[in-house]
Design a protein around this ligand. Structure first.
Ligand SMILES: C[S@@+](CC[C@H](N)C(=O)[O-])C[C@H]1O[C@@H](n2cnc3c(N)ncnc32)[C@H](O)[C@@H]1O
Length: 454
């Protein structure tokens, strides 16, 4: 047999590639495996890789239906990762070779489809075996892939029962939550993030009427929570007319913690994509929206345009912002670990660790200390973020207020928050976790605190 590599291409220099038969759905599964690998092994955040224009090339090359499939596979796989890994471990006589990461990801993707996404077993198995055969790193394991996945098909229910009590979080995070909230609450948070994701709207006016029109209900935050529906959000009544915007119930709390904002000069310091800017404008404030990312600021402006809202926008690093006049009120919704949003962003727990949380807390402390210098005496600042670790919330506020006798926490009045009393701390801060408002389907984890400057 001649060695094609040594002899080189024969027809005028053009290399002949074997034509691989196109298999519907195979490209999507290969993209899902590759992106899963980037999340787990290289700690790359999912959002960027699933961006329609600038995302991972394996994703952007897909049609809309395949993109939706990849999203569903990845969200589901990352939500259930510890259970899926335990199932694979139970089915393997010996562990996979350490470097066989492509094989591991391929098996997780196929198992996700068979166990959690109701894809017919034969189709998932065929495609996974084909995928293994097409990848030189996994080819020699094609028979193993076939055997393991067929067993999953046969023993699905037993396997699900076997892992049903396993919390779907990395150990370091579950340990940290247990330390903060106690074991029961920590396990409730782990369970809550497996619940179906809810869609919440903040409406300009009349939530009851919008809840009726769009088939939803009004939550204690005034948010309209939609019943599960098929279709696209942008096709719903009121979207084009700018009557509402999508915003998780918890994310709507911080901007509601100011008292009268009418006519006040208010800074929204980490503003994009602008959900809270819109609330401040709606409350009658003259808003200056500060955001350091040009592309995110463009998104904020587009969102405000749709809502027919106006705000001054400035693309600047908050740490370099100066303002002689001073603001009457400031909202600082700081960049954080986002550990309260794992229902929607399950990759967070696999791409961040405790060192990231500490780094982000240090950044937030600098941002808060600078924000205080921009506030007029007599003004109020609301500090918030979507982390559920007090290092980024309660403890950080303690540290900063301890150095500033002119700052005091203004307690939130539980009487104004019927149904959410459990989310108000003894000091009067807001502290939601995904395990709260359980009868309504939960909400994101958030921290928010009102601080007055004398
Ligand atoms: C948690 S998001 C804000 C969400 C926003 N408040 C909302 O409700 O739609 C944090 C934002 O802060 C921006 N950011 C981070 N560091 C910043 C800085 N030093 N100066 C200005 N903006 C910053 C990020 O680009 C990001 O858009």
């Amino acid at each position: 047999m001649p060695n094609p590599k040594r002899n080189g291409p024969r027809n005028g220099g053009e290399r002949q590639r074997p034509q691989l038969e196109a298999k519907p759905g195979l490209d999507a599964r290969m993209a899902a495996s590759r992106i899963l690998g980037a999340v787990i092994d290289r700690k790359t955040s999912l959002d960027g890789m699933l961006d329609a224009e600038h995302g991972n090339p394996a994703f952007t090359a897909l049609n809309d239906a395949d993109r939706a499939l990849v999203r569903a596979i990845l969200q589901t796989a990352l939500r259930h990762l510890p259970r899926l890994e335990l199932i694979l471990k139970a089915l393997l006589d010996t562990p996979l070779p350490e470097g066989a990461r492509a094989l591991h990801h391929l098996l997780i993707v196929a198992a996700t489809q068979m166990i959690y996404l109701d894809i017919p077993d034969h189709s998932a198995v065929d495609l996974a075996v084909e995928q293994a055969n097409r990848d030189p790193r996994s080819r020699r394991f094609a028979k193993l892939v076939n055997a393991i996945l067929r067993r999953i098909g046969r023993e699905k229910q037993e396997l699900l029962d076997y892992v049903s009590d396993v919390p779907c979080m990395p150990d370091w995070f579950l340990d940290r939550l247990t330390e903060i909230y106690g074991e029961d609450h920590a396990l409730a948070i782990a369970a809550a993030q497996l619940e179906p994701v809810t869609i919440d709207l903040t409406v300009k006016a009349d939530p009851e009427q919008w809840a009726q029109k769009l088939s939803g209900r009004v939550l204690p935050t005034g948010t309209v929570r939609l019943d599960p529906f098929k279709g696209t959000i942008t096709a719903l009544e009121g979207f084009d007319a700018g009557e509402w915007w999508v915003q998780d119930a918890a994310a709507s709390i911080p901007a509601q913690l100011f008292s009268d904002l009418d006519g006040k000069r208010v800074a929204d310091l980490c503003a994009a994509p602008g959900g809270k800017t819109a609330q401040l404008v709606l409350a009658g404030a003259h808003v200056t929206a500060i955001e350091q990312s040009q592309s995110r600021l463009r998104r904020l402006s587009a969102n405000l345009d749709r809502l027919q809202f106006q705000a001054e926008t400035r693309c600047v690093n908050l740490l370099e912002l100066e303002d002689e006049q001073g603001f009457d009120a400031i909202l600082l919704d700081a960049p954080c670990s986002s550990t309260g949003t794992t229902r929607r962003h399950p990759d967070v727990l696999w791409t961040k660790d405790s060192a990231d949380i500490a780094k982000l807390a240090a950044l937030q402390e600098r941002l808060l200390r600078h924000a205080i210098t921009l506030l007029k005496p007599g003004g109020r600042i609301v500090f918030s973020n979507c982390s559920i670790d007090p290092i980024e919330g309660e403890l950080l506020v303690d540290k900063v207020t301890a150095d500033h006798p002119e700052l005091q926490i203004v307690p939130v009045d539980p009487a104004n928050w019927h149904g959410l009393e459990e989310a108000i701390t003894s000091r009067g801060e807001f502290r939601t976790t995904p395990a709260m408002l359980a009868s309504e389907g939960g909400l994101d984890g958030f921290y928010a605190c009102v601080i007055a400057k004398t």
